[in-house]
Design a protein around this ligand. Structure first.
Ligand SMILES: CC(C)(COP(=O)(O)OP(=O)(O)OC[C@H]1O[C@@H](n2cnc3c(N)ncnc32)[C@H](O)[C@@H]1OP(=O)(O)O)[C@@H](O)C(=O)NCCC(=O)NCCS
Length: 204
């Protein structure tokens, strides 16, 4: 399995993969930083040629970045090099058998996903986040560590909910919205932009 990215989120994804995959089957890809090796063991591939060689054995990759825009770009690049996005599922997460998760979504450690909740393509549910019943999260979203989406919330494509934020029941958030860390969203949001605070207000 190749982890796209070699920063902080990538090493958290590594910990999840190691719950099930032997170390020798894992490498990273990062052509931006100077990092060559992670934890003195895992190689960091640096270019398309090396990635294509790696994919000749197994072409699955995980997204090791959290930011929505970076996830999209890496997904597009590695897919065009022959890779196939595979979502991670931590064994420490609690997911209802009645939740509907896209196979490419990432469910990190200590996450809770409730009954009839839905999570879209390449969306990241980060450590300790909670997605309650009937909540629907679109494609290429990031639900940051410790954020809570209460029952019936919907989050549009490519939106990011900051760490520890709470979205109250049945609130609808449109596409391309950023919610700041610790915000409490009390009203539906129909205009893309950045919102912070309690109650959340638009800063740009
Ligand atoms: C909301 C956020 C995206 C804004 O970032 P930014 O565009 O760089 O904005 P700035 O830092 O310039 O802040 C703009 C204003 O909003 C305020 N602000 C920023 N984030 C805030 C937050 N989370 N809560 C309350 N106010 C906040 C700033 O104090 C500043 O106020 P001022 O204009 O009165 O000085 C960012 O602060 C944030 O909360 N990101 C989420 C981080 C996160 O959870 N990451 C998860 C990683 S796994």
């Amino acid at each position: 399995m190749l982890i796209a990215g070699a920063g902080g989120h990538a090493i958290e994804i590594l910990d999840i993969l190691l719950e099930e995959i032997p170390k020798e089957q894992i490498a990273f890809f990062d052509d931006i930083s100077d990092v060559q090796i992670i934890h003195n063991y895992f190689p960091v591939l640096k270019n398309e040629l090396e990635v294509r060689k790696w994919f000749a054995t197994y072409n699955g990759f995980s997204l090791g970045v959290g930011a929505v825009a970076s996830r999209k770009i890496l997904h597009q690049r590695l897919t065009s090099w022959g890779g196939k996005l595979v979502g991670v599922r931590s064994k420490t997460s609690v997911v209802s058998e009645f939740a509907v998760l896209d196979k490419t979504s990432d469910i990190c450690k200590q996450v809770f996903v409730s009954s009839l909740a839905e999570v879209g393509l390449a969306t990241l549910i980060n450590t300790g986040a909670k997605i309650h019943h009937h909540a629907v999260v679109g494609n290429f979203c990031e639900i940051s560590p410790g954020a809570t989406l209460l029952g019936g919330v919907s989050v549009g494509d490519e939106s990011a909910i900051g760490a520890g934020a709470i979205v109250l029941p049945k609130i609808s958030i449109c596409a391309h919205v950023i919610i700041g860390a610790g915000a409490i969203v009390t009203q539906s949001i129909a205009e893309s932009g950045t919102y912070v605070g309690n109650p959340a207000w638009r800063i740009r």
